[in-house]
Design a protein around this ligand. Structure first.
Ligand SMILES: [Zn+2]
Length: 275
């Protein structure tokens, strides 16, 4: 039975209930209120460092509870999501809730923020209380939490979220290069990313940035370069999670070579954009 339960749970691909790339320390044994495999998550160095941090859905599902539990139990602001097959996840002590009962949520969607709400008289420091259950019969229905296909390292483990890491890159060429820059050329780097050439009319600078499309949140070989004719090429190259660059240089009235790398794909322009 236990083997079967774990298989079903893993197949739903639960992820850490925090945005991609964030590292959180989970602790199952630190709370006297815990009965089985519940986990409290923190990442900050002080009692309330995590207050207001974003909490996201561990997996897609339907919100079945979004309310303050009052004196009924110690959960305070609670969001409970039904993932089908009898599986549910609990997000407790929330400072704020951003979904309502009945709402469908996608994996990685924000459901609230980390808080310290509980029943009256129960003073706690800010953390996320997370638990997974299957079926009825508390506390026997509390299951070991699985994240990214691996069972949590009970009683304590620090994990980096892979939740929606395959989603969209939150960075754009414009956000990387800064205000005033607009894209004037681009080249695909296979499916791994795109390298962009931008220009700032106000100061005559070019900027190059390589924006990843795959392995988002994971450090992979990425590069961006800019070479103004007659000057030394400037390259930003390394293991980056979302982008390489920005590489900026004054290039008004000068030809430039530009390009970059992501994964196994590279692009190298000739001297161009001489205006
Ligand atoms: Zn807890």
């Amino acid at each position: 039975m236990a083997e079967q339960s774990v298989t079903v749970l893993a197949s739903t691909n639960f992820q850490l209930p925090f945005p991609c790339g964030q590292a959180w320390a989970g602790n199952s044994s630190g709370s006297s209120a815990h009965r089985a495999y519940e986990i409290d998550f923190n990442r900050g160095g002080t009692a309330d460092a995590d207050l207001g941090d974003t909490v996201v859905a561990a997996a897609a599902g339907t919100v079945v509870i979004s309310s303050h539990q009052g004196s009924t139990n110690g959960y305070g602001n609670l969001v409970k999501i039904d993932h089908g097959g009898g599986w549910t996840s609990f997000y407790a002590h929330l400072n704020s809730r951003s979904v309502s009962a009945g709402a469908k949520v996608s994996q990685g969607q924000k459901v609230g923020t980390v808080g310290k709400t509980s029943k009256p008289g129960n003073n706690i420091s800010a953390h996320l209380h997370y638990e997974v259950r299957q079926g009825e019969g508390y506390p026997g229905n509390i299951r070991k939490a699985v994240f990214n296909g691996s069972t949590f390292g009970y009683p304590t483990q620090t994990l980096t979220s892979k939740n929606k890491c395959g989603g969209t890159n939150p960075h754009t060429a414009q956000s990387v290069c800064g205000s005033g820059y607009t894209v004037i050329d681009s080249a695909a780097l296979g499916t791994a990313g795109t390298v962009y050439l931008l220009y700032n009319n106000a100061n005559g600078n070019n900027c190059v940035a390589t924006i990843k499309k795959s392995s988002l949140g994971t450090a992979t070989a990425t590069a961006a370069y800019l070479e103004v004719q007659g000057k030394t090429r400037v390259t930003d190259s390394g293991s980056f999670t979302y982008y390489a660059g920005p590489v900026r240089a004054a290039a008004a009235g000068k030809c430039v070579k530009w390009g970059g790398k992501a994964g196994s794909s590279a692009y190298n322009s000739p001297f161009e954009h001489c205006g």
